[in-house]
Design a protein around this ligand. Structure first.
Ligand code: PMP
Ligand code: GLN
Length: 384
């Protein structure tokens, strides 16, 4: 293995998905819905294949999708971008994040991340030869400690990878928190790579893209994906919008990673983005109901639950049930109860003294059918 991969190991999502498959446990680990998105959008993908959209599309993405992304950014966020120069389609948000970091961050740079951090951030920052600097969100409410954010900036800091709504905590940054991030970014002339894949998955609180704050449009890449919004995580269609100089830096890397992303799904996602408001609102309302179902169930099973304002995920502290290590808990959970979950600790840096602020936190996905959530809770009652 190259030094670039030192210590990265196997992503927890593959690890826990494999555990779910080998044990037949209910998988509340990896975040994917167990019901597909709308049939009309599946039909659009089939039609795109039948109509012959099967050869390399343009590297930046098909014009119809770039235009639909620009319309979506205007419709939901009041962000105006030029589909020809300020939008790029990627192979999932994952590639957008990787290409943004590779295209904008130099070896030796420091990059701020919110901890617990989605695992690909740390990996790709390391692969770029840079160093991540964590700003820790802490239970029970996972608010952004603004003083810690300021203190984490070094003379070598060039970028922030932001994530709101936040995986794994489910926190949604408030207007004040976003303003503080923006102030730090402007003051230190930082680029913001803003991962907003859960932009439509908030429950009664607004999601505000940081690109809409004063001074931010010119320094922010806003990243999202069709996976979460339309329940097609396996299609891997993502995108980034932002000023032309940042989009072209991202594309400068993307052209040599994948050059372009699969054609037929781009046609289908272009149609999905124009679905009526009722699609978006009923999807969110339905997910909110499942959040409540799972959180109430976990609580009744004896867990300490931190109810999220957004995303697919609820967090619990398993210390309340007498467990001292979330990773060990998750490894034994298929045997204990026939359920799979994700330990937070892998999204934290181990501290020099060996401690880890996420040691006993565990994440549960609620983007599953009611019957599956109910059955999972029934099983979890056995261990409390
Ligand atoms: N960022 C976050 C915060 C995520 O939770 C995920 C998982 N969907 C991704 C990025 C990756 O998205 P995609 O599947 O579109 O690559
Ligand atoms: N984003 C999803 C999660 O957080 C899946 C990620 C993955 O499989 N890489 O669970």
């Amino acid at each position: 293995l190259s030094a670039r991969l030192d210590g990265l190991g196997v992503t927890i999502f593959a690890d826990m998905a494999q555990l779910a498959t080998s044990t037949g446990a209910i998988n509340l680990g990896q975040g994917f819905p167990d019901q597909d998105g709308p049939d009309v959008i599946k039909d659009a993908a089939r039609r795109a294949i039948a109509e012959g959209h099967n050869q390399y599309p343009p590297g930046l993405g098909i014009p119809a999708l770039r235009e639909a992304i620009a319309r979506h950014q205007h419709r939901f966020h009041g962000i105006d971008v030029d589909p020809e120069r300020e939008v790029v389609v990627t192979t999932g948000a994952t590639e957008a994040i990787a290409a943004a970091v590779l295209g904008l961050v130099d070896p030796g740079d420091d990059v701020l991340v919110l901890e617990p951090y989605y695992d690909s951030y740390r990996a790709v920052i390391q692969m770029a030869g840079a160093r991540h600097r964590a700003v820790t969100l802490r239970a029970p409410d996972f608010r952004l400690p603004v003083d810690d954010l300021r203190a984490a900036v070094t003379p070598r800091t060039t970028a922030i990878v932001l994530n709101t709504p936040h995986n794994p905590t489910g926190a949604v940054l408030t207007a004040d928190e976003l303003a503080a991030v923006a102030q730090v970014a402007v003051e230190h002339d930082l680029v913001v790579i803003s991962d907003e894949v859960y932009e439509h998955l908030t429950f009664g609180v607004p999601h505000v893209p940081i690109a809409t704050l004063p001074g931010m449009a010119e320094r922010t890449l806003t990243i999202s994906s069709a996976g979460k919004t339309f329940s097609f995580t396996g299609w891997k269609v993502g995108w980034a919008t932002g000023p032309a100089h940042l989009v072209s830096a991202l594309f400068g890397a993307k052209q040599f990673l994948s050059y372009t992303s699969g054609a037929p799904f781009q046609h289908a996602v272009a149609e999905a983005l124009d679905l009526p408001d009722s699609f978006y609102s009923s999807f969110t309302a339905d997910l909110r109901r499942r959040r409540d179902l799972l959180c109430a169930g976990l609580r009744s099973a004896g867990f300490e639950v931190f109810v999220p304002d957004g995303t697919y995920f609820a967090t619990t502290d398993v210390a309340a049930l007498g467990f001292t290590d979330g990773l060990e808990f998750c490894r034994s959970l298929p045997t204990l109860a026939g359920v799979v979950a994700i330990p937070h600790q892998v999204f934290f840096d181990d501290r020099p003294d060996g401690s880890n602020p996420g040691r006993t936190l565990v994440r549960w996905a609620f983007c599953k059918r009611d019957a599956v959530l109910t059955e999972a809770v029934e099983r979890l009652r056995l261990i409390s």
